[in-house]
Design a protein around this ligand. Sequence first.
Ligand code: DGP
Length: 115
Amino acid sequence: MECIFCKIVNKELPSEIVYEDDEILAFKDINPKAPVHVLIISKKHIGSVNELKKEDKDLIGNLILVAKNMAEKTEINKIGYKLCFNVGKGAGQMVNHLHLHLLGGWTESVPKHNI
Ligand code: DGP
């Protein structure tokens, strides 16, 4: 299996895991673009939002709820945070495994661009 996020899911590669359940894994981004930068991913391999099917709608909802819970746990919800799916190379998607970026933890003004 070549996908690096599948390897992280299977614990073949190390990561700083902050949340895990049957369908979702969340871990710290290796190259953080914000004081708090967590990736929330589906354990099932899905390449991107482009590959989502109707049966994935609960999974997508759960990814967002995990992100919300992580924002509460880290208290970045108090100031504000960003959630982002990069979709395709042209939008900066480097890893072809569905992942939601959770970014926050700024203490001053919110940067206008940070992905
Ligand atoms: P994107 O550009 O949307 O595909 O974001 C991929 C993110 O994944 C990028 O911010 C860096 C992060 N990343 C890539 N490889 C690894 C890794 O091996 N471990 C961790 N923790 N993060 C990774």
